[in-house]
Design a protein around this ligand. Structure first.
Ligand code: WTA
Length: 643
C-alpha cells in the first residue's frame, strides 16, 4: 500500500506494528553497549556529562578542554572548548604506537580486481609522505585543498594528509563535472587541487583530469595540481602547475615522518559542499574536536564495532557517509575497513555478494538504491555466495521501503542480521536517528534518536505532533558532530537551519517525519528543494541554473518524481528564449549541458519544453503543482497561483 506524503513522495505505509524484529539475546549480550536504551535516558539527563565521557573514551587530546559545551553564541555552538587534538593522529599515529601497528587498516579491491592492503603502519607512512609533499607545495594550517578523485586508497591518504598538517579539505564527488567543481574550488578558495588521471566505472574510465583542467580554467585560483595515476589514460600535464603523485612521492621531500599539527577543537576540519535551496553550493563546515568524538561514538555503538570485524561502508568518500564512516570513524576506532572502487553490478549483479564472501565482510553498510538495484536481479545472484560472515547490515541516504528492507534482511542477512537504518545528514556529521543491535526493528523505520540526541516531530507553531501525524523533523539540543557554519556565509547557516524555529532555538533538518504509537520515527522525505536521486543529494536550483546557462533557455524548473529504483528522478521544465523552437535534438542538448555543468548524476530523466510555469503572485515557481501534474495527482490549493 502506498500514500502521498506532504511533499508528494510516494511511500509505503508503516509496516504493521506486529512486524517487530526483536534483537536476539546473544546479540544483546555481546553488544558493545548492551545497556544502550538505558544510556539514552542518562545521556539526555546530562548531555555535557555524557559527551565529556565519550570525548575521553574515544580520542586522545594533546591538551584537555576546559569546557564541554559553550552555548553562549548559539546557534554557533562550541564543543570541547580549548582542547587540542588532531584527527589524523587519532586515526593513525596512536594505533601505530600500539599493538595495532601491523593490524590491517584498509583492504581495497579495484573494479578490475586489483587488490591492495594497508596496515596501520603502512597507511601512516603513506599519509606522512603525502603530508610532506603538500607542505613542500606551501600548504599549511588553515589552507583549503580540493580533492577530486575516484574511490581508491589514495583519496583517503590525501584526506588524512591534509588534516594531519592542519589544512582543510574539500572533497568533491567524482560524479560532479567541471562547473560544479570550479564553483566549489572558488568558494573554498583552494590553491591546490588533488585529482587522478581517471577513475574506473563499469569497465570504462571517467576523465577526472580533463574535467579538472576545465574547472581550473574557469577558476583562476589553482596554481598546483597533483595527479594520481590510476587508469594510465592520456592526460595533458601543464608544466609548472601539474605534478604526478608518484613522482612527488619518490622525492626526498616525501619523508615518512610528519608530526601532526595540534589543532584547536573548533578549528576548521573540512568543508563538504552540499545542495541547498539556492544555486550556489553550500560549504558545510565541520571542526576538529566534536566531529571525531561524534563519528567514533556513533559507529562504535550503532554498528557494534569489535576488534575483529571487517567493516564495509560501500558509500563514496566524496559524500559525508564516506568521510565519516569510510575514512575517519573506522580508523579512529582502530578497525579494519574494506573499500571497493566500482559499481555494485559490475561485471555481474553478484559483485557485492562475491566481495562479502571473498573477504569475509562482517558488517555491510549501503544505500536503499543499491539494495533495490540488486534486488531486481533476483535472489539467485546472492544465494550462490556464502554470506554467513555477515552479522550486521546498514542502510543510509533515503527512506528504505519495507519491501527492500525485507529482501535485504531475508536474502542478504539470512534473517540473522539486524538492519541499522541510520537517518542523518551532511550537516549532522554522524548518525542521529538509528537503531543499535539491542533495539527492536520495524522495516522502514529509523527507530529512535541516538544517545544525547533530542529529536521531535512538530507542527509549524512548534507544538509536538500527535502520533502518526506528519510534521517537521527538528533537533532540540546541540550535539558534538553538528556543522558549525556555512563556509564564508554564517548568515546562510542561521537562515537555513535555525530560522524556521528560531524562537525555540531548534535545528530544522529540512525533512518531514512522523512518529508512531511506540515513539518510532518514520522519515518521509525532504520538505525543501533538495532531491535525493539514487541517494545522492541534489538541489533543484543547481540544475535549474545549469539549464538557464544554456543560450536557448529562458527559464527552468526541476522537480523530483518518485521512482521505484532510484528513489527519485528529476523532471525538468524549460521555457525557451523567443524565436527558439523545441525539438528532441534540443532536449538531448540540454541534458548534455546539465551533464557538463553539474554532472551525470544530475541529468533530468525527463525534460519538457513548456510555454509557462505556475508561479505565485510573488513570482515563486510552484514546484508542487508541476509535481502533481507529472504524477497525475490532484493539484490541491491553488489560491496563491498568479494566473
Ligand atoms: C535523507 C546522507 C530516510 C534525508 C547521510 C536527509 C534519509 C538527507 C536517511 C541527507 C534514512 C538520509 N532514512 N532518509 N536512513 N538517511 N536520509 O546530506 O532526507 O547526503 O535529510 O546525508 O538524506 O542527505 P545527505
Amino acid at each position: 500500500m502506498s500514500e502521498q506524503s506532504s511533499n508528494g513522495q510516494a511511500i509505503e505505509v508503516a509496516a504493521a506494528d506486529s512486524e517487530l524484529y526483536q534483537p536476539s539475546p546473544e546479540a544483546v549480550a555481546n553488544a558493545v553497549a548492551p545497556n544502550y536504551l538505558q544510556l539514552r535516558g542518562e545521556a539526555l539527563a546530562d548531555i555535557e556529562a555524557y559527551w565529556d565521557a565519550r570525548a575521553r573514551e574515544m580520542i586522545d587530546w594533546f591538551e584537555p578542554y576546559e569546557k564541554v559545551l559553550d552555548d553562549s553564541g548559539a546557534p554557533f555552538y562550541k564543543w570541547f572548548v580549548g582542547g587540542k587534538t588532531n584527527i589524523a593522529y587519532n586515526a593513525l599515529d596512536r594505533h601505530v604506537n600500539s599493538w595495532r601497528r601491523h593490524k590491517l587498516a584498509l583492504i581495497f579491491e579495484g573494479e578490475e580486481g586489483d587488490k591492495q592492503n594497508y596496515s596501520y603502519y603502512q597507511l601512516w607512512q603513506e599519509v606522512n609522505k603525502f603530508a610532506n609533499v603538500l607542505k613542500g607545495k606551501g600548504v599549511g594550517k588553515g589552507d583549503t585543498v580540493t580533492i577530486y578523485m575516484g574511490r581508491t586508497p589514495e583519496l583517503m591518504i590525501a584526506m588524512l594528509a591534509v588534516t594531519k598538517i592542519g589544512a582543510v579539505h574539500s572533497v568533491v564527488y567524482g560524479g560532479f563535472s567541471e562547473q560544479a567543481l570550479a564553483s566549489r574550488i572558488d568558494d573554498a578558495q583552494s590553491r591546490v587541487l588533488i585529482t587522478s588521471d581517471g577513475a574506473w566505472l563499469r569497465g570504462k574510465t571517467v576523465n577526472l583530469k580533463d574535467i579538472s583542467d576545465e574547472a581550473v580554467k574557469r577558476s583562476s585560483i589553482v596554481d598546483t595540481v597533483i595527479v594520481y595515476q590510476r587508469t594510465m589514460q592520456d592526460v595533458q600535464m601543464t608544466p609548472g602547475r601539474d605534478h604526478w603523485w608518484h613522482e612527488e612521492m619518490a622525492l626526498p621531500i616525501a619523508s615518512p615522518i610528519c608530526e601532526p599539527e595540534p589543532m584547536d577543537a573548533e578549528d576548521p576540519l573540512f568543508i563538504l559542499y552540499t545542495s541547498g535551496t539556492t544555486g550556489r553550493p553550500k560549504g558545510v563546515l565541520h571542526t576538529c574536536g566534536g566531529y571525531q568524538v561524534y563519528t567514533a561514538t556513533t559507529l562504535k555503538y550503532v554498528f557494534d564495532l569489535k576488534e575483529d570485524d571487517l567493516w564495509w561502508c560501500a558509500a563514496d568518500p566524496g559524500w559525508i557517509t564516506g568521510h565519516s564512516y569510510i575514512v575517519y570513524a573506522p580508523l579512529i576506532l582502530g578497525s579494519t575497513g574494506f573499500m571497493y572502487e566500482g559499481a555494485p553490478d559490475y561485471p555481474h549483479p553478484n559483485r557485492y555478494w562475491k566481495l562479502v564472501e571473498d573477504y569475509g565482510i562482517t558488517i555491510l553498510y549501503t544505500a536503499p538504491t543499491a539494495i533495490r538495484g540488486l534486488m531486481r536481479f533476483g535472489d539467485a545472484w546472492a544465494e550462490q555466495h556464502d554470506l554467513s560472515s555477515l552479522r550486521l547490515l546498514g542502510s543510509v541516504g533515503e527512506p528504505i521501503n519495507p519491501e527492500a528492507w525485507r529482501w535485504y534482511h531475508r536474502v542478504i542477512g539470512r534473517e540473522n542480521c539486524p538492519i541499522m537504518d541510520t537517518w542523518w545528514q551532511t550537516e549532522t556529521g554522524g548518525f542521529m536517528i538509528t537503531p543499535t543491535p539491542v533495539v527492536a526493528l520495524k522495516p522502514g523505520s529509523a527507530t529512535l534518536p541516538f544517545t544525547g540526541i533530542e529529536a521531535d516531530v512538530v507542527r509549524e507553531d512548534g507544538s509536538t505532533c500527535e502520533p502518526n501525524e506528519d510534521g517537521y523533523l527538528v533537533v532540540k539540543r546541540p550535539w558534538p558532530g553538528m556543522a558549525r557554519t556555512v563556509w564564508g556565509d554564517p548568515d546562510r547557516y542561521v537562515e537555513q537551519y535555525w530560522s524556521e524555529f528560531a524562537q525555540q532555538g531548534w535545528y530544522f533538518t529540512g525533512d518531514s517525519a512522523r512518529r508512531d504509537d511506540d515513539g518510532y520515527f518514520w522519515i518521509i522525505g525532504r520538505m525543501d528543494d533538495v532531491i535525493k536521486v539514487s541517494g545522492y543529494r541534489l538541489g533543484t536550483a543547481e540544475i535549474e541554473s545549469a539549464l538557464v546557462s544554456h543560450p536557448d533557455v529562458a527559464e527552468a524548473a526541476c522537480v523530483g518524481i518518485p521512482h521505484e529504483l532510484r528513489g527519485n528522478v528529476i523532471h525538468a521544465f524549460c521555457i525557451l528564449n523567443d524565436g527558439v523552437s523545441g525539438s528532441s535534438d534540443l532536449v538531448d542538448a540540454l541534458k548534455l549541458h546539465v551533464r557538463h555543468e553539474v554532472g551525470p548524476i544530475a541529468v533530468p530523466s525527463e525534460l519538457s519544453i513548456v510555454d509557462g510555469l505556475p508561479k505565485t503572485r510573488s513570482g515563486k515557481i510552484m514546484r508542487r503543482l508541476l509535481k502533481a501534474q507529472v504524477q497525475g495527482l490532484p493539484i490541491g490549493d491553488v489560491s496563491t497561483l498568479a494566473d
